[in-house]
Design a protein around this ligand. Structure first.
Ligand code: F6R
Length: 261
């Protein structure tokens, strides 16, 4: 995997947005897999700015969700469907028809999970999948000890993740759902390019285990080591526990600019 250390979150957002823009120039109807949470916001801001300035045409882009809470009423502002509509689909000027995600309100949740895996495959697969990382090493909502071969399914959030996400629910952990639908790790690994962004000291331990630890279900993000094209972009704080940081810096500094991410 490639590890890129950037000065701050804004620089990480710009770098990844440029990789997405380059993809859209090559493949205008690329399927963009998006994550939610705080971390990817600078990516979405930078990509929307490129669209506004005419640096890239995203009008044919397609967008798909990584995960969704179970049981939030349709239209709840913190459902990931609402968040992706607000942060990605609307700023890029896309229609809701170009956007898909798992249905966390379905009566038949197991059916909704299987249907989402089928829909991703029918759409030709994800071209670039953006990922954040939980303080416990989760990607999507694949919590520690998720099967590395897992498909889209229902998961139970750890107490740590519910505490971390309470900030989106007025600081009230009781409002954070216990269950989610998440693309499985096996599903995520099928995307053509995985790009994980991690910022802040709180992610440093999870990043070190992901990049320099063994591949292990207890650190779900370590599955990125199995992917032929995985990029981990970290700010200085999130990189602070990487033993190989000098090597990663030297490698990226020597990389030809035409190569992109
Ligand atoms: C949500 C998701 C999660 C988050 C992770 C980090 O779609 O994929 O894995 O990326 O919980 O969240 P933040 O960025 O808020 O720290």
């Amino acid at each position: 995997m490639e590890v890129v250390i950037v000065p701050d979150a804004a620089a990480g957002g710009e770098l990844i947005a440029e990789a997405m823009a380059a993809l859209l120039r090559r493949k205008p109807d690329a399927l963009l897999g998006v994550a939610t949470g705080s971390t990817p916001v600078p990516i979405y801001d930078a990509l929307a700015a490129k669209v506004r300035s005419g640096a890239v045409d995203a009008s044919r882009a397609r967008v798909c969700q990584l995960d969704e809470y179970v049981g939030l009423p349709g239209g709840h502002p913190e459902s990931y469907r609402s968040v992706v509509l607000r942060q990605v689909v609307e700023p890029l000027g896309l229609s809701t028809e170009s956007f898909m995600g798992p249905d966390g309100t379905a009566e038949d949740l197991l059916g909704a999970c299987a249907a989402y895996d089928r829909a991703l495959a029918a759409a030709g697969g994800v071209d670039i999948q953006l990922l954040g990382i939980g303080t416990d090493g989760h990607i999507g909502f694949n919590e520690p000890c998720s099967s590395l071969a897992s498909r889209t399914r229902i998961k139970t959030l750890t107490e740590q993740t519910r505490v971390d996400n309470a900030r989106f629910f007025d600081g009230d952990i009781d409002q954070v759902p216990h269950h989610v639908i998440t693309q499985g790790i096996g599903t995520i690994l099928e995307a053509r390019h995985l790009v994980l962004l991690a910022t802040g000291e709180g992610k440093a331990e999870a990043v070190a285990q992901t990049v320099e630890g063994p591949v292990a279900a207890v650190v779900p993000a370590s599955a990125l080591q199995l992917h032929p094209h995985a990029t981990v972009v970290v700010d200085e704080a999130a990189a602070s526990k990487l033993k190989l940081a000098p090597y990663f810096r030297a490698t990226y500094a020597a990389k030809p600019s035409w190569q992109g991410l």
